[in-house]
Design a protein around this ligand. Structure first.
Ligand SMILES: [Zn+2]
Length: 252
């Protein structure tokens, strides 16, 4: 999930480390190589802390990476800025971490990282802790919410913060007149009737399109009191198509 943007975030993470000048070039190379050749086990991701064990030259070491978490007001700013961009907010709700849309520094600077290891190498940051920096990039690539978790807020916390802020602002826009009743001329089919229907024959599967096309324009705008704009629906359809495509390709 969110893997499409994971590469972007992982690259930013690596750049912040490699361009900082805080780590020696040799140890970075050795750490990257170790992370490529050996897998970390018992990897744990928690707010402000990443840890894992790695075997190197016959011994197993526990490396840790402390990460400075973002302050509450920085997370509030993150949510507020995201909410100003409905498509991005919807993307986050659907499991993407949109990139480049907020000015809150999700990727920590090298000074906000605290690598540690039990190998007893006191000569600066050891190769195991450095390998963990690259392991972090690999994890972020496959799930960018590893990054937000290390910075203090996980996927579900962010999702529910954005969702409840949206519900609140939708309620305000609709002047509190949100009802649970069907709206418009076509109220649809009662759930019980839909459940009793005989399933129809499924059509033969066609080849999946490689690209997601532009959604068909809505011929009827959503009801005024729905609190949803045409742009919201458009963004939702695009994000849902992307999400569905990712799932289909992952499973094929
Ligand atoms: Zn070490």
């Amino acid at each position: 999930m969110g893997a499409a943007n994971g590469v972007v975030w992982a690259n930013e993470w690596i750049e912040a480390i490699e361009d900082s000048g805080s780590f020696g070039e040799d140890v970075l190379k050795a750490g990257a190589r170790l992370a490529r050749n050996q897998s970390f086990v018992d990897v744990e991701v928690a707010p402000g802390l990443l840890s894992g064990r790695i075997t190197h030259r016959g011994s197993t070491y526990t490396a840790q990476l402390g990460v400075q978490v973002l302050a509450d007001d920085q997370w509030s700013a993150f949510c507020e800025q995201l909410l100003e961009q409905p498509a991005k907010a919807v993307a986050l709700i659907l499991g993407e971490l949109p990139d480049g849309c907020v000015d809150v520094p999700l990727v920590p600077s090298a000074g906000e990282l605290y690598p540690d290891c039990n190998c007893g190498d006191w000569n600066g940051v050891c190769v195991h802790a450095t390998a963990l920096l690259y392991e972090a990039a690999r994890l972020i690539e496959s799930d960018p919410f590893v990054l937000t978790t290390l910075r203090g807020r996980g996927r579900y916390e962010l999702k529910s913060a954005i969702e409840s802020a949206r519900t609140e602002s939708d309620g305000q826009r609709a002047g509190g007149r949100v009802s649970g009743h069907p709206r418009g001329e076509d109220p649809g089919m009662p759930a019980a009737a839909a459940y009793r229907r005989q399933p129809e024959e499924l059509p033969t599967a066609r080849r999946l399109p490689l690209d997601i096309g532009e959604p068909v324009a809505l011929s009827v705008p959503p009801p005024v009191d729905s609190g949803v704009s045409v742009d919201d629906v458009h963004a939702l359809v695009v994000a849902a198509s992307k999400h569905a495509k990712n799932l289909l390709y992952l499973e094929s």
